[in-house]
Design a protein around this ligand. Structure first.
Ligand code: ZN
Length: 336
C-alpha cells in the first residue's frame, strides 16, 4: 500500500467518530514498534518526523525506512507527516521527499522559539497550503503556542501564556484553508506538562469545545498529549533514572476531545519513557550484556505496547481495512 494523505485518514476518523495517534520516529525500531502495534490492532497510522528527527536520521534513511514499512505492512494505511515545520522551505523539502502531510507551524517564527504575529502565521500557512494541495498533500497549521521546548523547538513556559483564542481560530481557518488545526489549550511538549493531575484551571477543554462548536468540520489536533503514566516513570526511576514527579494529559480528557472534534493526537514522550525504561532495566539487571539487540528488542516491545494501548483508547483500532487509499493526484484534483 502506498503512503496515504492525512486528510483522507482524518476525514475517515471524523466519519467514524474516532481519533488517530500520531507517533514520532527517529529510527528503525520506533517505526517497527508502531507498525507492529498497527497490525495487531488493525489501525490506520500517522508516523511523524520532526526537524530534529530528520537531522538525526537523515531524510533519505527515514524515507526509505517508511517505504519499507509500507511494503511490509501493506494492509495498514500509513501517513508520513512532518511535525512542526518551521518555514515554508522546510515543508516544501518534506513534500519533495515524499511526505504525504506537513505541519506548517507559523505560530512561531522560523527560529522555532519566538511567537509570531497573526499576519505572519496566515502568510506562511497560505504559502504551504497552496503548494501542498497542488500535490494532494495535507497541511496542519497551529494557532496559539504550546508550552515547553522539545528538540530545541517551542515557546517555553507552562502552556498558559499563548492559549488559542477561539474567535481567532475560526478566522485563521477561514483565512488559510488548512486541513487540520493544532490548538493550544494548556498542554506542553516534553515530560513536564503539569505538576499535579490537571483540572480545568490548567487544561482548557472548554476552549477546545468552543473552537469545535465554531469549526465543526475542522480536524483539531492535540499536541503535547502524552499521558506520562506513573508506571513508566517508576520503571525509569527504579533502574537508576531520576525523573521528577510529573503529570501528562489523562486519556479520558483526550477521549473528551475526540468527542469534540479532535482527530489527531500527538504522542512522543510516552514512547520515549517506555523505551528508556526497558533499556535501563536490561542494563541494570544484566550488566554483563553488551549486544545492542539485548536492550533494543525489549525497548521496541515496550513502545509497541504503549502505542497499541493508545490506538485502542483513541478508537482507531479496527479501522484500517475500512480505508481505501486515494492517490495523491486524486486528492489534488479534489482540492481544485
Ligand atoms: Zn507539537
Amino acid at each position: 500500500m502506498p503512503l496515504v494523505s492525512m486528510r483522507q485518514l482524518l476525514d475517515e476518523a471524523a466519519k467514524g467518530g474516532y481519533g488517530v495517534g500520531a507517533f514520532n520516529v527517529n529510527n528503525m525500531e520506533q517505526i517497527q514498534a508502531i507498525m507492529e502495534a498497527a497490525r495487531e490492532t488493525e489501525s490506520p497510522v500517522i508516523i511523524q518526523a520532526s526537524r530534529g528527527a530528520r537531522s538525526y536520521s537523515q531524510d533519505r534513511f527515514l524515507y526509505h525506512l517508511m517505504l519499507a514499512a509500507t511494503e511490509l505492512y501493506p494492509e495498514i494505511p500509513t501517513v508520513l507527516h512532518l511535525d512542526h515545520g518551521n518555514s515554508p522551505e522546510t515543508c516544501l523539502s518534506a513534500i519533495k521527499l515524499g511526505f504525504t502531510s506537513v505541519m506548517m507551524d507559523g505560530s512561531l517564527l522560523a527560529d522555532g522559539k519566538t511567537p509570531s504575529s497573526y499576519e505572519y502565521n496566515v502568510d506562511v500557512t497560505r504559502q504551504v497550503v497552496a503548494a501542498a494541495h497542488a500535490k494532494g498533500v495535507t497541511v496542519e497549521a497551529e494557532i496559539g503556542c504550546l508550552g515547553g521546548i522539545e528538540d530545541g523547538h517551542g515557546a517555553g513556559g507552562s502552556g498558559m501564556e499563548h492559549l488559542t483564542d477561539p474567535a481567532q481560530a475560526e478566522q485563521f481557518t477561514n483565512d488559510t484553508n488548512c486541513d487540520a488545526l493544532a490548538i493550544a489549550i494548556g498542554t506542553s511538549h516534553g515530560a513536564y506538562k503539569f505538576n499535579k493531575k490537571p483540572d480545568g484551571s490548567v487544561l482548557k477543554m472548554d476552549v477546545l469545545i468552543d473552537i469545535h462548536n465554531r469549526l465543526p468540520k475542522t480536524h483539531l489536533v492535540m499536541h503535547g498529549s502524552s499521558s506520562v503514566p506513573k508506571d513508566l516513570q517508576d520503571i525509569i526511576n527504579q533502574y537508576g533514572g531520576s525523573l521528577k514527579p510529573t503529570w501528562g494529559v489523562p486519556v479520558e480528557e483526550i477521549q473528551l476531545g475526540i468527542r469534540n472534534g479532535v482527530r489527531k493526537i500527538n504522542v512522543d514522550t510516552d514512547n520515549r519513557l517506555a523505551m528508556t525504561g526497558a533499556i535501563r532495566k536490561v542494563l541494570m539487571e544484566t550488566p554483563e550484556k553488551f549486544d545492542p539487540r539485548d536492550y533494543m528488542k525489549p525497548a521496541r516491545d515496550a513502545m509497541k505496547k504503549v502505542v497499541a494501548q493508545r490506538m485502542v483508547q483513541f478508537g482507531q483500532a479496527g479501522n484500517a481495512k475500512k480505508i481505501t487509499p486515494i492517490p495523491l493526484e486524486e486528492m489534488a484534483a479534489l482540492y481544485r
